[in-house]
Design a protein around this ligand. Structure first.
Ligand SMILES: [Zn+2]
Length: 185
């Protein structure tokens, strides 16, 4: 029964069951270096063998029980493909493990990890919606106040339709203008 864990997002599986879903935590370095560090630690014997890519984050998972063979796979980096092993094949040629590790660290440790897109996207969506929602609420309450103050009959007979049409178009135009303004910021 394989017991494996993702050192990056902490997903944990035992046999067929998921002990921890993981997926929320992102590595502080770019994915190619995060993957390499897992491979490198396993090759150094610091962890159990590497098993499969993590379902939640795609980075390598490590076996917590038993002693099997590691299953490494090529890492697609911004500089080209790196094939982990003894020796490791880098875009700049075949290198002994230690040198390949130095090469990976030199190339990728200073690049900041990409921010979480989904989180930023959600924030941005709220940021756009709030002013539009506030404005539409204000229009709604103003209309309600007018209906109560002037009387529904008068509104129905005389100015109901044009009033609603003008307010409707105005609300739409202002909503769009607000949307454009917040988008350009
Ligand atoms: Zn993971």
């Amino acid at each position: 029964m394989t017991h494996q864990r993702c050192p990056n997002c902490f997903r944990e599986e035992k046999g067929g069951s998921v002990l921890q879903a993981g997926g929320g935590r992102r590595p502080v370095v770019v994915a190619e270096l995060a993957a390499w560090r897992v491979f490198y630690a396993a090759m150094q014997g610091q962890t159990g063998p590497v098993t499969v890519p993590c379902v939640a984050c795609g980075l390598p998972m490590v076996q917590l029980d038993g002693q099997g063979d590691s299953h490494f796979w090529p890492i697609a980096t911004a500089a080209g493909t790196v094939v982990p092993g003894h020796p490791t094949v880098t875009p700049e040629g075949s290198m002994p493990l230690e040198r390949a590790n130095q090469w990976m660290e030199d190339k990728f440790s200073k690049i900041p990890a990409t921010p979480r897109q989904s989180h930023l996207g959600a924030l941005w969506f709220v940021y756009l919606l709030v002013p539009t929602f506030l404005w539409l609420s204000a229009v709604f309450f103003l209309l309600l106040l007018l209906f109560v103050a002037v009387g529904a009959n008068f509104m129905d007979d005389v100015i109901d339709f044009p009033f609603r049409a003008v307010m409707g178009v105005g609300a739409l135009a202002l909503g769009l203008a607000l949307f454009q303004a917040t988008r350009k910021r």
